[in-house]
Design a protein around this ligand. Structure first.
Ligand SMILES: Cc1cc2nc3c(=O)[nH]c(=O)nc-3n(C[C@H](O)[C@H](O)[C@H](O)COP(=O)(O)OP(=O)(O)OC[C@H]3O[C@@H](n4cnc5c(N)ncnc54)[C@H](O)[C@@H]3O)c2cc1C
Length: 452
């Protein structure tokens, strides 16, 4: 019988989801992770009664495939659904956090957009499709919905998801659903109504914003236990194809042979010495920018905060010229995040908008952040708790021309049969997208292997 052992390099959420599914199909998987724990960007830290998320804070559950996977892995019992107020989101305008409209009446009365801006939204269905097949998010939104929606809705929204600017991202790659509304229906407004039935047929379920009782890390922890064979503290330095299959090298030890190798490492970790890659392909991989980001957790007694913190959090449009991208009202979102009588805020600094701020030393950053939350939320005095984590490379930017990057992945795979690249640099950056992509890759590879 042919060798069907598979190696996964990197235990990010994609690699873990992939490994769990393969194990279910009875295949042998070995996972090599350079860090002490699995999970990549997913990391929760319990510090006394404060539960902190260093990476993702919430998962937007909207795909049946992902919901079914959580059920199969038993994780559905650990799910924590965000507080009902979480649908309330604030956007800062003229220094005041204003709620994003949640009803038609709010949409008419909101101070976020002027009367002219609101009327501009109404003509969206009559705007013609673009001839440009790869427009930026900013070009698309400004053309279809006007400058105010770009500046006071999409600019902060993109900062909240990609830690980046709408001018830096390709609509088609970063927000394919938005792109498809125009491509299929000629209008975002009509498309949102007309597409509802189609989305259901495509396996969409009612959206739920979730985390887990002991934090997001419950997800990789559970998947790692189910996948088994996780070799932590194993940085893979070399991958090589020889007679018999693929071999890996980690700190002088050799592992193999494997019939397939899945590379779930971020692109900036793919050094030239890892496997034979042409100069051109290597350059392409390095073109993908991961902006730096800082996450600062601040704890306050409730009597120190004037704002009700009744919602998901607030985002700051670039035009407001502030030193933070936004903040989550973490202890309002999920229970068990702060001691009784306290609030936990999770503040984001830097990103593609202000990369120079992301790497400030903690004391300087704290000063800036405190000035902002004092002004925006009426926070008084020193925090009773503080924690700061720096991500030198946070989230890959799907820039215009990303087709070339996707082609590079395919070139590399074609030149190295049995090697696959999988992670948030391909087909979606959200945790649910990574889970879905991991599952789909596992299905494809199982089929490939059953035919040999
Ligand atoms: C601060 C932040 C906030 C976010 N917030 C959200 C959110 O709220 N909701 C959401 O859905 N998404 C969010 N995301 C995005 C999401 O978390 C990531 O896109 C996703 O987790 C990436 O998963 P991945 O499978 O690509 O692997 P990664 O998380 O990139 O993991 C790759 C793994 O490979 C390992 N590795 C690297 N090189 C080697 C090597 N040579 N040998 C062995 N192992 C190696 C690394 O140690 C790591 O464990 C956020 C991301 C960040 C950074």
């Amino acid at each position: 019988m042919k060798n069907k052992r598979i190696a996964v390099i990197g235990s990010g959420i994609t690699g873990l989801s992939f490994s769990v599914v393969l194990k279910k199909y009875g295949l042998q998987v070995e996972v090599y992770e350079k860090n002490e724990v699995s999970g990549g960007a997913l990391k929760s830290v319990q510090n006394d009664e404060w539960l902190l998320e260093y990476g993702p804070n919430t998962l937007l559950l909207k795909d049946k495939v992902v919901a079914d996977f959580l059920k199969e892995t038993g994780l559905d019992k650990e799910i924590l659904i965000a507080n009902e107020h979480s649908s309330k989101r604030y956007i800062v305008k003229n220094g005041i956090p204003e709620p994003l409209p949640a009803s038609m009446w709010n949409a008419i009365t909101t101070p976020l957009f002027s009367l002219k801006g609101k009327l501009r939204i109404l003509i969206e269905p009559f705007i013609r499709k673009s001839e440009n097949p790869d427009q930026t998010v900013a070009e698309f939104v400004e053309r279809r919905l006007g400058e105010e929606v770009l500046n006071y809705a999409i600019n902060p929204f993109v900062a909240g998801i990609f830690a980046n600017r709408p001018e830096e991202l390709s609509l088609r790659h970063a927000f394919p659903a938005m792109h498809n509304l125009e491509a299929e229906y000629g209008s975002m407004i009509w498309g949102s109504f007309a597409g509802a039935k189609k989305r259901k047929e495509q396996g969409r379920i009612p959206r739920k914003l979730i985390s887990f009782k002991n934090g997001i890390q419950k997800l990789p922890e559970t998947l790692a236990a189910l996948a088994g064979n996780i070799h932590v503290n194993h940085k893979v330095q070399k991958i090589e194809k020889r007679t018999g299959g693929w071999f890996l090298e980690s700190d002088g030890c050799e592992f193999g042979p494997f019939s397939k190798v899945i590379l779930n490492t971020p692109l900036y970790h793919i050094g030239k010495s890892l496997f034979p890659v042409s100069d051109n392909d290597y350059e392409m991989l390095q073109k993908v920018y991961y902006p730096p980001l800082s996450v600062m957790h601040l704890g306050f007694r409730k009597d120190q905060v004037e704002h009700l913190l009744d919602g998901f959090g607030f985002l700051v449009p670039e035009l407001e010229q502030r030193n933070i991208l936004g903040a989550l009202f973490s202890s309002s979102l999920f229970e068990g995040r702060a001691p009784d009588g306290h609030h936990l805020l999770t503040v984001f600094i830097g990103g593609g908008r202000q990369p120079e701020l992301a790497s400030l030393p903690t004391d300087k950053m704290l000063k800036l952040v405190l000035e902002e939350v004092e002004d925006l939320l009426g926070v008084r005095g020193e925090p009773v708790f503080m924690d700061h984590v720096y991500w030198p490379h946070a989230i890959p930017a799907y820039h215009t021309g990303y087709d070339e990057i996707l082609r590079t992945f395919k070139n590399i795979e074609a030149r190295n049969p049995g090697l696959h690249l999988a992670g948030n640099f391909r087909y979606g950056i959200s945790v649910p997208d990574c889970i879905k992509n991991g599952i789909e890759l596992a299905d494809q590879i199982t089929k490939d292997l059953s035919s040999i």
